[in-house]
Design a protein around this ligand. Structure first.
Ligand code: ATP
Ligand code: MG
Length: 564
């Protein structure tokens, strides 16, 4: 949290970027004295793991609080026990913290306020603004009318205050079955906005709740809860996505008609949609439940937990959210922007290392079998603060199968028989012979080192064609490497009436089990990220007990090329 004084309007956004529309509103409210302490909130429903869309909302709400010297609450909007679980509560807390944000005070739960909501429901009944209705869901739909036609009043609309209070009490005491009764606001059945046609305040749900246990069998609707939660917490600016714009009149109606301790205001912004991605907890849950992925934190998932396990950094996700900005309309962002943000971060910050994904043995026939050397390599080309590494060298090394051909044209700048290549940070070598198995596959290359070429060009003036990575066979480590690709092949997996489950990329995961890594990588900590030279960015998997690396992202965007 910055300690920028509230009201120093010129400087509070510590950069030169023009203020987004929400920052403008807040600045004006502060300048004109309508708000003396910004309070925002991030209000997830704990019915799944957070996804990249939530990251946008988190960065927005916590970011505003940071910039204007206010606070942002983390509040679980836990009004629907049927789909909610403690596992999700814990995961959401971990994700917000990982992104680097601190919530104001204790964690909040809508369920903390259930007693207050009940009192306010009674208040509405007493003021003739709520009633218990016996219409079932289907009947209620009929009575509600349509976008073009007004609704008609429920036959239960004129019940007396006493009868309503008694029925609500009995609903609370569990005397009625689920669906038998609801509590509704008494507003206007012919209102142009359907949300104002006597919306539901309470439903009967005979379900245990992860916070309140079996205390309640009636639960408030989102609309009856959300604004009142904001009011109780003193939230000043309640920021939500555009689909709630139509609910704003109702939000305001409750604030006007209840003795709430403060008067929050709702503002809407455009949700984040990413191409090649689905951002709906319900659909992500389906991927988990049907075993398409290994869990919510599968590195292919667009969840914050998935990105974390894949090797994304909080800085990259925050940078991405800053890049896309905040607007008043929905749009689709190219996932390449997110990929650019992580590539850029890791390019600057990830230590370099060598890993041979598809090993091919190279025996250096003029190098003594009992000799070894140790070379040193920089941790990063422009970062002296990153530790250098030791690279053992000996008679047998591994290079990647892709880096050798018996013959090749001039464009191929790797090892070819009769040609030279440099082993990165070590000798120039020249290939003499390919050894094959009975199936005709190359299983070994015989080559020679060129003397005095560590750090020098060959004395005979014949320069190597290129530089390739390698590891020494006598002192390297084995690891599994998991290569991930996009989870969906379709740019808009769930657009229109498409079934997103049918657009899944069958090649989203390739597991390589026999990879050879330079030995320093055995010390990698859980989640630590690296650039494997010439291959991409990888991180050590944080869950698997053995040495497993996940590919975070390739060195450059190859997806566009594939498309073409
Ligand atoms: P989903 O549809 O995935 O279940 P949700 O909106 O129902 O998402 P909530 O837990 O209610 O999920 O969301 C918490 C907050 O995150 C809300 O304020 C919501 O507006 C915001 N949010 C959710 N999805 C996005 C998104 N794609 N872009 C921006 N904000 C989002
Ligand atoms: Mg929701």
């Amino acid at each position: 949290m910055t300690d920028t004084p509230l009201g120093s309007a010129e400087t509070e956004v510590g950069n030169d970027k023009p203020l987004n529309f929400l920052e403008q509103i807040i600045k004006k409210d502060i300048d004109e004295g309508r708000c003396n302490g910004l309070v925002t909130r991030f209000p997830p429903e704990p019915n799944g793991y957070l996804h990249i869309g939530h990251a946008k909302s988190i960065c927005l709400n916590f970011g505003l609080a940071e910039r204007f010297g206010g606070v942002c609450n983390l509040r679980f909007d836990d009004t629907n026990p049927a789909k909610e679980e403690m596992e999700y509560v814990e995961a959401i807390k971990a994700d917000v913290e990982w992104l680097g944000f601190t919530w104001g005070g204790d964690i909040k739960y809508a369920s903390n306020y259930f007693d207050q909501f009940y009192g306010w429901a009674q208040h509405l009944i007493k003021s003739g603004k709520a009633y218990v209705c016996d219409l079932n869901a289907e009947q209620a739909r009929e009575y509600r009318g349509t976008l073009k036609e007004g609704g008609k009043p429920s036959p239960y609309r004129e019940r007396s205050v006493e009868e309503n209070l008694d029925l609500l009490e009995r609903m609370k005491n569990g005397e009625f079955d689920e669906g038998a009764k609801t509590l509704r606001a008494k507003i206007d059945m012919s209102h142009g906005n359907i949300n104002m046609r006597d919306p539901i305040l309470y439903r009967i749900r005979k379900q245990s709740h992860h916070q309140t246990g079996d205390k309640w069998c009636i639960y408030p609707s989102y609309d009856f809860a959300h604004g009142q939660e904001d009011a109780i917490e003193g939230v000043t600016h309640s920021i939500c996505t555009l689909e709630f714009a139509d609910h704003r009149p109702l939000y305001e109606w409750f604030i006007e008609n209840l003795p709430v301790p403060s008067k929050p205001k709702q503002y809407e912004f455009g949700r984040l949609n990413l191409n090649y991605t689905v951002t709906s907890k319900r659909k992500l849950k389906q991927l988990v439940d049907e075993g398409v992925v290994t869990g919510w934190d599968d590195p292919r998932m667009p969840t914050i937990a998935g990105y974390r396990r894949r090797g994304y950094t909080p800085a990259a996700i925050r940078k991405f959210c800053e890049m896309i900005g905040v607007t008043k309309s929905d749009g689709v962002v190219d996932v390449a922007m997110l990929e650019h943000a992580i590539r850029d971060d890791l390019d600057k910050n990830a230590p370099r290392a060598m890993c041979v994904l598809n090993p091919l043995k190279v025996t250096l026939t003029n190098y003594p079998s009992d000799k070894t050397e140790v070379f040193t390599a920089a941790g990063h080309p422009n970062r002296d603060d990153l530790q250098s590494r030791e690279l053992p060298f000996g008679q047998v090394v591994y290079i990647d199968k892709e880096d050798f051909r018996e013959e090749a044209n001039k464009k191929y700048k790797r090892l070819v028989i009769g040609k030279r290549v440099r082993l990165r940070n070590a000798y120039v070598i020249e290939a003499d012979e390919a050894i094959k198995n009975d199936a005709g596959e190359i299983i070994e290359v015989k080559a020679r080192i060129i003397e005095n070429t560590v750090g020098n060009d060959p004395e005979d003036g014949v320069k190597p064609k290129g530089v390739i990575h390698w590891v020494a066979a006598h002192d390297c480590v084995d690891a599994e490497v998991r290569l991930y690709d996009r989870l969906f092949v379709d740019e808009a997996p769930d657009a229109g009436n498409k079934d997103f489950m049918e657009t899944i990329n069958p090649e989203s995961l390739t597991v390589l089990t026999n990879c050879k890594l330079e030995k320093s990588l055995a010390m990698a900590t859980a989640g630590q990220g690296f650039q494997f030279e010439r291959e991409g960015y990888f991180c050590r998997d944080a869950k698997e007990p053995g040495l497993v690396f996940n590919r975070t992202i390739g060195l450059r965007d190859s997806w566009g090329k594939k498309d073409a």
